[in-house]
Design a protein around this ligand. Structure first.
Ligand SMILES: Cc1cc2nc3c(=O)[nH]c(=O)nc-3n(C[C@H](O)[C@H](O)[C@H](O)COP(=O)(O)O)c2cc1C
Length: 312
């Protein structure tokens, strides 16, 4: 998949943008295991204009990342266009506009998934951004807000100048409930000429193959990578399981974050990742309790090390 001279790879695997989760350390681990494309957490176009320091920390990238897409959100085209002019985004080779986020505070402002119910405004935003950037420009959206309008929305994205689209086949109202509708993904793929990245519920080889059978040009994985960034290696090698030093992955994730963030912030932030890393091991509940109460990161790391050793 080559777009405007940017090579995304053959049937590329994307690590999904995940606010509060897809930090630079996690993305680095995903890339080591074969993720071709990574995303920043969603960046508020308004905040970039008014409070750039807040966004600054969210635009840290790793030299290991080959292709990181900056994802922006907002409903005011003037702010989105301004964001594209912001030097913070200079280093990113591609831009994505979030038109699918279901979080109530995003929807209340008319951003993210709310735009699925304002197709003309969404089209105006894409056209304005298209005029502003020569970089690959994509849109990430869902099946609709509550009414399903994904075919019209996909066509609108194409007609407004998006180079590719990422489709999470659930409605905004559904949030993360129910199942992603792979038939809808196949319909979108048949409807537009631009590349389509399929997203939703890819967690193993079987779901990955089901997603590929829709004809998509690439696959995006979110929750399936939580605590398991090696899923990209599994999928690329076509294996149910791969031999990975899991403790080393956790250690590397934390070591990367320590380069950029202070210990106090990190010790609060990292616990959710640690809980995901241990979710599949025996006695996960007891370990979770211990991790929740340990005093600092090194103590947590000792516990994780023991968990992953063969004695447990
Ligand atoms: C914790 C979390 C945060 C997310 N944040 C974002 C975000 O910032 N931008 C976005 O477009 N989607 C976001 N998503 C949605 C994912 O990118 C993805 O579309 C969704 O999880 C479905 O894919 P999956 O079934 O592979 O997880 C988020 C999802 C989760 C679970």
């Amino acid at each position: 998949m080559k777009i405007r001279n940017v090579n995304f790879g053959e049937k590329p695997l994307f690590l999904a943008p995940m606010a509060g989760v897809s930090d630079v350390g996690f993305r680095e681990e995903a890339v080591k295991f074969g993720a071709d494309v990574t995303y920043t957490e969603m960046l508020s176009a308004r905040a970039m204009a008014h409070n750039p320091k807040k966004t600054d920390l969210m635009t840290i990238t790793s030299p290991l990342e080959r292709l990181t897409v900056a994802q922006i959100f907002g409903h005011e085209s003037e702010y989105l266009v301004k964001a594209l002019e912001n030097e913070m985004l200079d280093k990113f080779p591609a831009i994505d506009i979030n038109m699918g986020c279901p979080a109530p505070k995003i929807i209340r402002n008319g951003d993210g998934g709310a735009l699925m119910d304002s197709i003309h405004l969404a089209g105006h935003i894409i056209e304005s951004c298209r005029e502003m950037t020569k970089k690959p420009l994509s849109v990430k959206f869902r099946k609709g807000y509550s009414e399903e309008n994904y075919l019209d929305f996909a066509k609108m994205c194409e007609d407004s100048g998006a180079d590719f689209i990422t489709f999470h086949a659930r409605t905004v109202e559904q949030g993360y409930s129910g199942e992603a509708d792979y038939d809808a993904i196949a319909e979108v793929k048949a409807k537009v000429k631009i590349p389509v990245i399929g997203n939703g519920d890819v967690v193993d080889l079987a779901s990955y193959e089901r997603m590929l059978s829709t004809g998509v040009d690439g696959v995006m994985i979110g929750r399936g990578a939580l605590g398991k960034p090696w899923i990209f290696k599994q999928l690329k090698e076509g294996k149910e399981d791969v031999d990975v030093d899991k403790y080393q992955v956790v250690l590397d994730h934390i070591t990367t974050l320590r380069k950029y963030y202070n210990e106090k912030w990190l010790s609060l932030y990292i616990r959710k990742h640690l809980l995901w890393y241990v979710k599949d091991i025996p006695m996960a509940n007891a370990i979770r309790m211990t991790l929740a109460t340990c005093q600092n990161i090194d103590e947590c790391l000792e516990i994780i090390k023991k968990c992953f050793s063969k004695n447990i």
